[in-house]
Design a protein around this ligand. Structure first.
Ligand code: SF4
Ligand code: SF4
Length: 485
């Protein structure tokens, strides 16, 4: 038998000790059903979010012949993002960047004002977990019934309920995964193709992938996603301050918490230590311990406690929405006013307004044509018999309109400039007429010849000016004209 050294033994002990501290078995959470205004509001948001998600791909939007008629479609086939009347090309990627910036700043603003309501109400993880829990309660019963059955030995009653629950979960997950695909491929078409086994293998792969992730994340991982996987709780603390409205236990009113019979000579707070707020919590925490990373600000503990307060004849809202500043003041018998306008919220609002204005102006002044000009790598230039220099270019014209268009191309920056499109036998002329089909990109081989007037170090700028002859819309692309050094 091999012997281990003293140092190795010490390391082994340290590892074992660390292992004990770093690993803990998951404590399964069995949230209890609650009723009340917060729960009703949460149901309303859930139904709205799910309805938008599942139904939006089926909304039709007429765009003309040969155009997809789905209102919201990220078409990989057409390389376009269609959003009702708007159509974004790959060249418009900066709009997506702007939208992402606006979404992030809005999230920062909302979090600094009213805490993690995104997590508690609209995050897909929360919405689908809530839906899966509802299914679970319909099939396996409420908290006590589920806990009791799970602790019992295997029985027929347990098995059929579990099998049915997982089957329904998988059905919802499949519907969710399928709906996701419909944002990329025309919904009615892909539905028919899917069930007639004629859809592409990518459609089947991604449907199964999103089915599996929905089932695992909402059915099995649940609150573990919020607590361990999601980065948002980690950096949200940078957005919270003492003026942020969050779900708060009013300790000054509830403490000392007292169970059972109360005696006049013993001070007792309103909290009867019933634990209803803990059993209602979908992440299994005790809000009375203060703000915690696991708290998603869903407010279900408010409904649970209000119910207890009502039954025991005490004022409701022992757990409430409030700021830490207001709670500290109330504990001292003072009142404070809510401060919505604070340096951080003002910064977020300013950033949001700025981004919104930039995006709106950019959208309103969006061009329906795009031009790019790529200089030939070789030869860089050719000297013509008459002494002029000639350069070759690849010109790409994006026609985003729904009509075939005739474009006029000319240059600025050369003396006695002439353009030609040798492949089509056009030119040389001071301007070229180039035809581009509706909603497509035209690629042309163009040569520009002339006398460079400010050639420095072998090159000078040259502007290509493109004009839609129908609409007079114009765009300019600056390239380089090459010559001898
Ligand atoms: S403590 Fe209350 S608000 Fe926070 S997650 Fe639990 S139930 Fe929701
Ligand atoms: S539900 Fe209310 S009364 Fe019951 S333990 Fe929680 S805070 Fe106390």
């Amino acid at each position: 038998m091999s012997r281990i050294s003293k140092a190795e033994r010490q390391l082994q002990l340290q590892r074992e000790e660390l292992g004990d501290h770093l690993y803990a078995n998951r404590v399964r959470v069995y949230p209890k059903t609650v009723h009340g205004p917060v729960r009703r509001f949460k149901w309303t948001v859930l139904v709205f979010c799910l309805a938008v998600y599942y139904l939006l791909p089926w909304l039709r939007w007429h765009r003309g012949a040969n155009q997809p008629d789905q209102a919201v479609l990220l078409s990989l086939w057409h390389e376009r993002f269609y959003f009702f009347n708007l159509e974004f090309w790959p060249q418009d990627i900066y709009y997506l960047t702007g939208l992402l910036i606006m979404a992030a700043v809005t999230l920062f603003l909302v979090t600094s004002l009213i805490g993690r309501v995104w997590c508690g109400y609209t995050c897909p993880q929360t919405v689908w977990t809530d839906l899966f829990m509802w299914v679970e309660r319909q099939i396996e019963g409420d908290r006590n019934e589920r806990m009791k059955r799970d602790a019992e030995p295997l029985s027929f009653d347990m098995v059929w309920r579990k099998v049915l629950k997982h089957a329904v979960w998988l059905g919802i997950a499949f519907w969710t995964g399928g709906a996701w695909i419909m944002y990329y491929v025309d919904a009615p078409t892909v539905t028919v193709e899917f069930w007639t086994a004629t859809a592409s293998k990518e459609v089947y792969f991604f449907t199964l992938l999103f089915t599996a992730t929905t089932y695992l994340l909402a059915g099995w991982a649940r609150e573990q996603v919020c607590t361990y996987m999601c980065p948002w709780p980690r950096f949200q603390s940078a957005m919270l301050d003492e003026q942020t409205v969050t779900v708060t236990y009013q300790g000054w009113r509830g403490e000392p918490r007292t169970r059972g019979k109360r005696h006049e000579d013993v001070p007792a707070g309103d909290c009867v230590d019933c634990g209803a707020c803990v059993t209602a919590c979908p992440t299994g925490i005790d809000i009375r311990d203060g703000i915690q990373l696991e708290c998603i600000n869903c407010g279900l503990c408010i409904d649970a406690c209000n119910h207890v307060m009502e039954k025991t004849g005490r004022p409701q809202w022992l757990i409430t929405w409030d700021t830490l500043a207001d709670q500290a003041a109330k504990a001292q018998g003072r009142q404070t006013t809510l401060r919505l306008l604070r340096p951080r919220t003002l910064i977020y609002v300013s950033a949001l307004l700025l981004a919104a204005v930039v995006m709106t102006v950019a959208l309103l002044t969006r061009s329906s044509i795009d031009l790019s000009v790529l200089h030939d790598r070789a030869p860089l230039f050719v000297r013509l018999p008459d002494g002029d220099l000639r350069n070759g270019y690849t010109v790409k014209i994006v026609n985003k309109t729904q009509q075939m268009a005739l474009f006029e191309l000319r240059t600025e920056g050369l003396n006695a400039a002439s353009l030609a499109e040798p492949d089509e036998g056009l030119g040389p002329a001071d301007r070229l007429g180039l035809m581009v089909k509706a909603d497509s990109i035209g690629t042309f081989r163009v040569t520009a010849a002339g006398q460079p007037n400010r050639l420095v170090g072998g090159s000078q700028p040259i502007d290509f000016i493109l004009r839609n002859t129908e609409t007079a819309e114009q765009t300019v692309y600056r390239s380089q004209f090459m010559g001898p050094r």
